[in-house]
Design a protein around this ligand. Structure first.
Ligand code: DP6
Length: 351
């Protein structure tokens, strides 16, 4: 009920901006990129409305993300439709009880109407699902864009971000290319907890993906956060540090101070993982190869190659460096996938 009221409030505020009455289309489409947090979201102050303990800053990765198509499914149509959504992921039809499909249908519960009692959802990820590469972020952002298209709401970005947040917190940031800031907000209603673009293109900024393991993670972020906030004494220090790191990183982006950005992002990620490790039962997303990769990054820095890492709720590392170091970093990490978020499309293809 609080979620329903929230969605109604978001739609009511957003629709003031668009004049025409909404008419349902035959099909809605959405695309959103994945994003990597430079200063992390970890912990919720409200699990129903998905309100975070702290704000965060991210960079979206063009070319990696989710494409989603939505179509209305009538419950009484001639084509033998059962009373549930029909969801496919990467070309595979999913059982309604499968966790991914179940979570998606619960989110769609908030948007059913008399005309659209059920949905057909066709979704394709260009990233491995649940491999710590934030597929839920691009997934819920793309889904909200597809809903906006299907119902022809024409919502502004702020409202889209608010709705995406309800599906997955990090999805609030995936509505924007480049850098994005998700404000924690203060209100109980949650209408002030949305992301916005930090419009500061940084042409030589690079992100490298070190894939340690792309298998589905055993403990998802939602459960991991619950475990950490419930059973970690160190966690009490986290929200304040995360807010400070967020401010430093925003400043570093605006000044294009890469050393400050990299050091703060790496320290922020390790601090977040420290809270996970210090919970009970312990939560350790790292594998032995993750630690070897971290040590490689530190060795490179000692040799004068300025590269930093960040990690999310999984074993993979994301490297942060500038284009001048691309050769040296790629030489040290064989098979490194390098993304240049601000590169022109033609140079992106060549890299
Ligand atoms: C470690 O957004 O996946 O990647 O809101 O429960 O869906 P839910 O969590 P999710 O958490 C992301 C956690 C993180 C850090 C980050 O992206 O900020």
């Amino acid at each position: 009920p609080r979620q329903v009221a929230f969605v109604q409030a978001v739609l009511a505020t957003g629709k003031q901006a668009c004049s025409s009455a909404s008419t349902i289309k035959l099909e809605g489409k959405g695309h959103a990129p994945v994003n990597i947090a430079l200063s992390k979201y970890w912990g919720k102050r409200d699990t129903i409305l998905n309100l975070p303990q702290n704000g965060s800053v991210s960079i979206s990765l063009p070319g990696l993300g989710t494409d989603t198509t939505l179509r209305p499914l009538a419950s009484d149509s001639s084509q033998q439709v059962t009373a549930q959504d029909r969801i496919s992921l990467n070309g595979q039809q999913l059982d309604a009880h499968q966790p991914f499909a179940h979570r998606l249908s619960q989110f769609l519960d908030l948007f059913r109407t008399a005309e659209v009692p059920f949905f057909e959802v066709i979704t394709h990820n260009t990233v491995p699902t649940a491999a710590g590469l934030a597929s839920s972020a691009s997934g819920y952002a793309a889904l909200v864009l597809a809903l906006d298209d299907l119902f022809n709401w024409q919502l502004p970005a702020t409202q889209l971000s608010l709705l995406a947040r309800l599906g997955s917190g990090s999805a609030s940031r995936s509505l924007f290319p480049g850098f994005a800031i998700w404000h924690a907000g203060q209100s109980e209603q949650g209408l002030d907890s949305f992301a916005e673009a930090l419009d500061a293109p940084w042409p030589d900024f690079c992100v490298g993906l070190v894939e340690i393991d792309v298998a589905e993670k055993p403990v998802g972020s939602t459960a991991g956060m619950q475990q950490t906030t419930a059973a970690c004494a160190l966690y009490s220090a986290w929200p304040a540090q995360a807010e400070r790191d967020k401010a430093v990183i925003i400043n570093a982006i605006q000044q294009q101070d890469f050393s400050q950005l990299g050091a703060t992002a790496e320290h922020n990620a390790l601090s977040m993982h420290a809270t996970m490790i210090a919970s009970w039962p312990p939560l350790l997303y790292w594998q032995a190869e993750s630690v070897i990769a971290m040590q490689k990054v530190w060795a490179l820095r000692q040799q004068g190659v300025e590269v930093y890492f960040t990690m999310d709720a999984g074993p993979n590392l994301k490297l942060l460096f500038l284009a001048a170091q691309k050769k040296a970093v790629s030489a040290a990490f064989s098979g490194l996938k390098v993304i240049e978020p601000f590169a022109k499309p033609d140079t992106q293809a060549a890299s």
